[in-house]
Design a protein around this ligand. Structure first.
Ligand code: MRU
Length: 352
């Protein structure tokens, strides 16, 4: 997998389809798949071939183009085309419920569908161009997040991260791992501790791969170990991504993040979120309003196809948890680091 590095493009519109890295195959294989249909994209998002909030958003935007191309083959009536496409856009939003970047990107496409004056082919072209624009902007935004975030990483720091908020969770560069990359570019004595991130092991399977391919010193730990290392003074800062941030700063991220944040508070380790403004959902006041995705029992009962528990045991598998804003030292965005009071700083960030 020598070709894997931080310049990876996780998802790209090309040759009238969406090309994406199949993330279910890591760390064994590095393979691109072509997603050619709307339902195929819905399934790719739901089955986590593409994952990570910003990457899911771009996938959703591409999915609308794919649906548009399909509907255009079924009807020549512009009105019918628009109505059917708007219905499919709302359906696409249900593929995964927590990452708000999906709703954000699909809404951007819906604005085009509703406001365009073009004919059917013209609308399809506008949707394609918008998808490509969102892709390119994502990388630029992540680099800005990385550069702002690098300012709060102490010299020689050990950074703890949870899940994968890297190049592979975005179009490229990453949010939390964008901060790591920018910090490492300034100071090659920093290192990373990566939580394994059960049940799907994005930390072990994806974060360690990204970082070691970039030559950034990385230590893999299991999820329960973080407070042990914090107590020993071995963690200087926590930086994680986000799937949805409420207007008051409460933040949904991969299950287990909340535990890390509590441990960080207890041990006086600053806990940061790194996320684009598109992850902030100002329509909800607090994290209590965030819908938490429930995933399959097999994700918990099995590892690599083999059962790890008694047959028939009860399983609950929430994909995300919500870290209360009181535990968050700052939210690193493309317009700067937002600090408490988040109701105010978030409001100001959207005015910039
Ligand atoms: O279930 P996943 O793998 O899509 O969850 C990903 C995370 O929770 C990430 O930390 C989050 O999306 C931030 S990605 C930049």
């Amino acid at each position: 997998m020598a070709e894997f590095h931080s310049k990876i493009r996780t998802i790209q519109w090309s040759d009238n389809c969406s090309k994406m890295v199949d993330q279910t195959l890591f760390p064994y294989e590095y393979k691109y798949v072509d997603i050619k249909g709307g339902q195929e994209m819905f399934d790719a998002i739901r089955n986590m071939i593409v994952r990570g909030a910003p990457a899911i958003g771009i996938a959703g935007a591409h999915g609308i183009v794919l649906y548009a191309m399909e509907i255009a083959k079924e009807t020549s009536s512009r009105e019918e085309f628009v109505n059917k496409l708007l219905e499919k856009a709302d359906y696409m939003k249900t593929s995964r419920p927590t990452a708000v970047n999906l709703m954000w990107a699909v809404e951007k496409q819906k604005e085009i569908i509703k406001n365009s004056k073009a004919d059917i082919n013209g609308i399809i072209e506008e949707l394609k161009q918008n998808g490509i624009k969102l892709e390119n902007e994502d990388i630029e935004i992540n680099k800005k997040i990385g550069d702002y975030g690098a300012e709060v990483v102490p010299k020689g720091a050990t950074i703890l991260t949870h899940c994968n908020a890297g190049a592979l969770a975005t179009v490229g560069y990453g949010t939390a791992l964008g901060v790591v990359r920018s910090a490492y570019a300034n100071d090659n004595t920093i290192q990373v501790f990566a939580d394994e991130t059960r049940p799907r092991q994005q930390g072990a399977r994806i974060t360690t791969l990204e970082l070691t391919m970039d030559g950034i010193p990385t230590t893999l730990i299991t999820d329960g170990m973080c407070s042990y290392f914090m107590k020993k003074g071995m963690i200087d800062i926590v930086v994680v991504g986000a799937d949805r941030i409420a207007a008051n700063g409460d933040t949904a991220n991969k299950i287990g993040t909340y535990t890390v944040a509590i441990a960080a508070k207890y041990h006086n380790v600053p806990f940061y979120i790194a996320a684009p403004l598109s992850t902030i959902d100002t329509s909800i006041k607090t994290g209590d309003e965030i819908i938490i995705e429930e995933r399959s029992r097999e994700e918990v009962t099995h590892i690599n196809g083999k059962t790890i528990c008694a047959d028939g045991v009860n399983i609950i598998n929430p994909g995300f948890d919500v870290t209360p804003h009181e535990l968050i030292a700052g939210i690193i965005t493309e317009v700067g680091i937002l600090r408490p009071n988040y109701n105010e700083s978030i409001k100001k960030a959207f005015e910039k």
